[in-house]
Design a binder for this molecule. Structure first.
Ligand SMILES: [Zn+2]
Length: 284
């Protein structure tokens, strides 16, 4: 037992180092705004997962998975930030959801369970499917209980429809909308990069993602143009509308890009306490 745990520990350290190096190397090739599409970034994610989880079904028991969870999660988080083009300040819970990456401790548990089902009746595919369903159930429970990522949770309360969508890639701008970390003065103020959290246009106390996309008069014309096509925009229904069709998704993505590009320029013109340098695109 001790020997197995030790071996697993050595394996985890090596795998984590290897996966981290690979994330860094590939990340350098990808700039957030002009880099490869999120689907290609997800290939990076699956490569990193297979390195991290290699042989986990043999070495791991639930204790050792729990013991190494932090180290594994840190590597996975770096990768998920890249997939989602997210700011480095986004919580672990939220970035996993936005990137659509099942948390590594749940994946490890799933692999172990599939391995243990060997010899039981049923095809391997069915067993894998069943285990995946259980994994998603566990992830939903963890997401329900998460204290962090409240804005993301308001937009994406149910993981099923989000993960099961047939189209729609996140990008640098959509992820800002989905996480609230980006060109918003409330966020920048919290990070010590804006003098006040107030909206520059209407004086609202909190210039956050909710205010920007759903309330502020400054963007009313652009918002109305989207609403003419998609119907009323609300935080609770926005993502459901997006995943309905490729057209809807792109419409919202274009809206987010237009608004946030404009805001980015406005904020940059506000002086030294701007948001430059906060994005994960600017370093590993
Ligand atoms: Zn405003």
């Amino acid at each position: 037992m001790v020997d197995t745990k030790l071996k697993f520990g050595v394996h985890i350290r090596r795998a984590a180092d290897k996966a981290a190096k690979m994330t860094t190397a590939l990340s350098r090739l990808m700039a957030n705004t002009r880099g490869p599409r999120a689907s290609r970034r997800r290939v990076l994610m699956s490569v990193v997962h297979s390195i991290l989880l290699y042989g986990v079904e043999v070495w791991a028991d639930s204790l050792s998975i729990a013991y190494h969870r932090k180290r594994l999660a840190a590597v996975q988080r770096r990768c998920a930030l890249r997939v989602a083009c997210a700011y480095r300040t986004v919580s672990h819970e939220a970035v996993m959801v936005v990137a659509g990456a099942i948390p590594i401790h749940l994946l490890a548990k799933e692999r172990k369970e599939v391995y243990q089902k060997k010899g039981q009746p049923g095809t391997r595919a069915t067993k894998k499917e069943e285990s995946r369903e259980e994994t998603l159930g566990r992830w939903q429970e963890e997401w329900d209980a998460a204290q962090k990522g409240q804005w993301t949770k308001r937009l994406i309360p149910r993981l099923g429809p989000w993960l099961g969508r047939s189209q729609g890639e996140v990008d640098f701008f959509l992820t800002q909308l989905l996480t609230g970390h980006g060109a918003f003065r409330a966020y920048l103020h919290k990070m010590g990069r804006a003098r006040s959290p107030m909206c520059l246009h209407c004086g609202d106390a909190q210039d956050d993602a909710c205010h920007t996309f759903f309330v502020c008069e400054r963007w009313a014309g652009w918002r109305r143009a989207v609403e003419d096509e998609l119907g009323r925009l609300q935080p609770e229904t926005l993502v459901l509308k997006m995943i309905e069709s490729d057209r809807n998704w792109k419409r919202v993505a274009t809206f987010a890009r237009a608004v946030l590009s404009e805001k980015r320029m406005e904020l940059a013109s506000q002086g030294p306490a701007s948001h430059e340098g906060t994005s994960s695109s600017e370093e590993d």
